[in-house]
Structures are given as C-alpha cells and as structure tokens.
Design a protein around this ligand. Structure first.
Ligand code: PAF
Length: 292
C-alpha cells in the first residue's frame, strides 16, 4: 500500500490485490456498502461524476485505474492510450481523500497469463463495438469479472456512453450470479456536447471543436426518427458524413435497447437507441442517444 499525505489527510493507493483485499477486510462491516468505479485512467469530468455518485451512495468507494491490454484489438490504440496516474490522483483528491485507489500492474491482474476468458453474452457481444473490435468484450468481461472478485463491491458504476458495455456487464453479472448491483449513469458532455472520453485528449483543439458534429447529428437523428423509417434515418447519417474529409463514419446503427439488434422497422412498445462510431484521424469516438 502507498499512502499519500496531504493537509493531514491520507488517500490509500494500492498497486497489488493482496494488500487491497486485506485492507478492504478491515473496513467492511456486515451492513456497509462498497461502491466501485472501474476506469482506465485519464480521468475526466464523466469519471468524477461516477465517483461522486458512488461516494454519495456508499460507505466506501474504490476506484480502479488499469489500462486493460486484453480489451484492445488495436495495439497502436493500446500504446497511445493516455496514462496520467499522478494527474488522475490529483483530480480524485478534489472530490475526496476517502477514495481508495487500486492501480494494479498487468502482472497483478493477469499473473503472467495475459489472455481473455471467453464469454457468451447472449449475442449482445456480436453487434457494433463487438463487430468492429473483435475480442473487445471478452477482454472487458475478463477484467470486470476479476475486479468484481477482488473488490466485491455492493454497487458498480458505469457510464452510458459505453452503453453496449453496460448491457454486457449486466449480462455477465446475471449469468455468473455475482452479488453486485450494476448502475448505469448518464453521459457527461463537454461544453460543445462532445461526449466526454479519455480519447478526446488526443484530438487537436480544432478537431475537438469540430467533433461537436457527432452529437449534433444524433440529436437530428432523434428528431427524424419520430417520422421516418430506420432506413431513411440511417441514410441521413451516411449522407451527412459523405463529403466530410475529416470525420469517417465507422458505423451508425439503430438498435433495440435490450437486445442491441439492429432494427428495420419500428414497434411502438420497444425502446430504441442510436449508436455511432467515428474516426478522426486514427482516433475513434463513440456516442449514443435514446430515441424514445
Ligand atoms: O470503460 C472502461 O473504461 C473500461 O472498459 C473498463 C470498464 C474500465 C474495463 O477496463
């Protein structure tokens, strides 16, 4: 364990699971609750909002910072993923010195065997991110399951920007009978409405401004979808990107919110959601909006 002293307060930082598990044992009581926010660091306002919610709703809060190699299908993306531990700690301490940080090494998590377990998420894994990032959700399932086993949280907080990930984590918890309540939290946006993401740090200031178009299109989609078919709505999005030389559309999908299957017609009893992935140079940005 590593304890940071600051104005007579101490924040607990653990780099290894053995010490973390031992520490959690000393603070947990039968009726106390532990909130958990898993992250890959490069913290932004969206992460801090998840942490604040956990602090409000639980006796103790654990945050993990771990860039999980098994969920990256693109090695360049993994290598370039921002790693800013010191700055992250500073940001967390603006919320509370009571946050317990787990920042493990790859060895501590994978114990020399850095591979994913194979999961069946009832098909949720075959759409969108799963289709374009092969193996991604096996990597996410592997790390989240391992972190849940180490931390044994009462509540775990995930952002809705990665809506497919949120549904998959809920499915993993259900199928493995894990005693944790998975809480989905609203997307945090920059002042220009770009969804907050650690990858935004890699955009130039100009690209970051222009990326506002992603959410602008999604709000237009929501409007258009009220009167037009899914096919016409998709056509509108594809046309919006056709002449854009800076932003390349990877996918735009309108899907049933519970199955994540793309739809070709509307049914008024169902909830729908639009999902988008866009490349700006080699930086991949995703966003989503509820269409109901
Ligand atoms: O959403 C993320 O940052 C990651 O996928 C997660 C949940 C921390 C697992 O590595």
């Amino acid at each position: 364990m590593f304890a940071l002293n600051f104005n007579n307060t101490t924040m607990h930082i653990f780099y290894g699971k053995v010490a973390l598990i031992a520490y959690l044992k000393t603070i947990k009581t039968e009726n106390s609750s532990v909130g958990f926010v898993p992250t890959m660091g490069a913290l932004h306002q969206g992460h801090l909002a998840l942490m604040q919610r956990s602090l409000n709703e639980n006796d103790d809060t654990v945050v993990s910072i771990f860039v999980n190699p098994t969920q990256f299908n693109n090695q360049e993306d993994l290598a370039k993923y921002p790693r800013t531990l010191e700055e992250d700690v500073r940001k967390m301490r603006t919320l509370s010195d009571k946050i317990i940080l787990y920042a493990p090494t790859v060895e501590d998590i994978y114990e020399g065997h850095t591979v994913s377990q194979s999961f069946d998420f009832d098909g949720l894994e075959n759409q969108m991110e799963g289709k374009f990032r092969p193996g991604h959700f096996n990597g996410v399932g592997t790390i989240v399951k391992r972190l849940f086993e180490i931390i044994t949280p009462t509540n775990a907080y995930f952002g809705e920007k990665d809506f497919q990930q949120l549904q998959i984590v809920k499915k993993m918890v259900e199928k493995n009978h894990l005693p944790v309540n998975v809480v989905g939290c609203p997307i945090f946006r920059e002042p220009n409405q770009l969804a907050m993401s650690s990858r935004n740090e890699r955009l130039t200031p100009e690209e970051r401004q222009e990326a506002a178009m992603i959410y602008k299109i999604l709000t237009e989609v929501k409007e258009i979808f009220q009167t037009k078919s899914p096919e016409e709505t998709i056509e509108f999005v594809e046309n919006s990107f056709k002449n854009n030389t800076k932003f390349e559309l990877e996918y735009f999908v309108i899907a049933d919110e519970s199955t994540l299957l793309p739809i070709d017609h509307k049914n008024k009893d169902k909830n729908y959601r639009a999902f988008i992935a866009v490349f700006v140079n080699s930086i991949r940005l995703i966003d989503t909006i509820s269409l109901n």
